[in-house]
Design a protein around this ligand. Structure first.
Ligand code: ADP
Ligand code: 3PG
Ligand code: MG
Length: 412
């Protein structure tokens, strides 16, 4: 990384937090499998540095989070399994309370000692949470009697909810270490990257990521497009995409993107700046048994679905990132849930993992899931695997995130 910028908000390291009761907002919105077990605990592990920091300083730690999008109380979305996993990872008990406010919480916090951890139930059992209801936030603050509010749920700071926004009206808010690291790493890559900066963008839809693509046209030295997003780009260029996933209503957006790109690098250099796949891996159906067939981008048959970038395009991606100092990757390069169509994403992961001198920043829920599985669950093969989906996209786009804005400003 280049020169570290100082963070614009106060963090837990800036305030006299020792021996205080602290209310931590985490993002424990973790994926659950069909049996209701936690299938990926990245977000829980990512919260440990802040928790350990607070516990080492004898804080009484009370944590709140949401899980999923329940409509009222829903036992299948209880945070209790998260309390158990957190206890294992921390190596100390985690008291679980079946509510977020009221007498149960008052009693639990009273009973809790310095150096203990209490996890409250799913905030979204109350519709007041997403409504950013001030009375609800006040009730949480009153029940916990917390001296500081610590925002460490990076994945949810793009939401203005009671636990990310209104709560700061009742308890002074500071950033946790995960939030600070996510913010600093992503902002640094967008604003002061070591160059060349290559953005690799893929995933399902152009329409999900318009502002991010536009930002990268501004800041990146090259942009590689893959995934179904590439289908939409190729269709815009006039290629027949057969039965592939294509967003046909994105023409005006692509027109804007290409106009901005031409203005930046010149019309003749546009196709070396925004790099589209030259070949594609196709199948007739999306299934475990569908074989990977590679065809040139101009030879997609009527019944073909393009599900991955082709082998020649994979070589181009690998060569392109080889010359980069910074790579920001968001969106899988194909239908990576199926191994036959995960070649592009896997070869990119391998390239990044074997060039540790390159700063690699990976964002997006599905992309983070993929690289974590790929490297055995730790994410250590990369510089930074973001815990944020929507939050990391919005931060990369240069948007202000309400959950960060509301925290106390750092003194200049
Ligand atoms: P992220 O969550 O990392 O931001 P997205 O949600 O945008 O990524 O995209 C990931 C999804 O896109 C995956 O479910 C993947 O199967 C799908 N996808 C990628 N490429 C294709 C393709 N060529 N055809 C259909 N689906 C695709
Ligand atoms: C996420 O997983 O992106 C965050 O936890 C936010 O969840 P939400 O999209 O349901 O608000
Ligand atoms: Mg996704």
């Amino acid at each position: 990384m280049g020169q570290a910028l100082s963070f614009f908000k106060l963090t837990i390291e800036d305030v006299p937090i020792e021996h205080k009761t602290v209310l931590v907002r985490a993002d424990y919105n973790v994926p659950l499998n069909k049996k209701g077990e936690i299938s990926d605990d990245l977000r829980i592990r990512a919260s440990l540095p802040t928790l350990r920091y607070l516990l080492d300083r004898h804080c009484k730690v009370v944590i709140m989070s949401h899980l999923g999008r329940p409509d009222g109380r829903d036992a299948s979305l209880s945070l209790e399994p998260v309390a158990n996993r957190l206890a294992e990872l921390l190596g100390q008990p985690v008291a679980f309370v079946g509510d977020v406010k009221g007498d149960q919480v008052v009693q639990a916090v009273k009973k809790a000692r310095a150096g203990s951890v209490t996890l409250l139930e799913n905030l979204r059992y109350y519709r007041e949470e997403e409504a950013n209801d001030a009375d609800f936030a006040h009730e949480i603050a009153a029940a916990t009697q917390a001296r500081y509010f610590v925002q460490d749920g990076f994945g949810v700071v793009h939401r203005a909810h009671a636990s990310t926004d209104a709560i700061t009206r009742f308890i002074p808010g500071v950033a946790g270490l995960l939030l600070e690291k996510e913010y600093q790493t992503i902002t640094e890559a967008m604003e002061h990257p070591r160059r060349p900066l290559v953005a690799v963008l893929g995933g399902a839809k152009v329409s999900d990521k318009i502002t991010v693509i536009e930002r990268f046209v501004d800041v990146a030295d090259k942009i590689v497009i893959g995934g179904a997003m590439a289908n939409t780009f190729l269709a815009y260029k006039g290629y027949g995409m057969g039965a592939s996933l294509v967003e046909s209503d994105q023409q005006p957006v692509l027109e804007r993107i290409y106009a901005a790109a031409a203005k930046k690098v010149g019309q003749d250099a546009v196709d070396e700046f925004i790099i589209l796949p030259s070949d594609l891996a196709v199948a007739d159906v999306i299934s475990e048994t569908a074989p990977r067939r590679v065809v040139m981008a101009d030879a997609v048959a009527t019944g073909d679905k393009a599900l991955d970038i082709g082998d020649q395009s994979i070589d181009t991606v690998v060569e392109t990132v080889a010359s980069a100092q910074t790579v920001v990757w968001n969106g899988t390069l194909g239908y990576a849930e199926l191994p036959a169509f995960a070649h592009g994403s896997a070869r990119l992961a391998l390239a990044l993992a074997t060039q540790p001198q390159t700063t690699s920043i990976i964002g997006g829920g599905d992309t983070a899931d993929f690289v974590l599985k790929w490297d055995g669950g730790t994410g250590e093969s990369f510089t930074h695997v973001s815990t944020g989906g929507g939050a990391s996209l919005e931060l990369m786009s240069g948007e202000k995130l309400p959950g960060i804005e509301r925290l106390l400003d750092a003194r200049k």
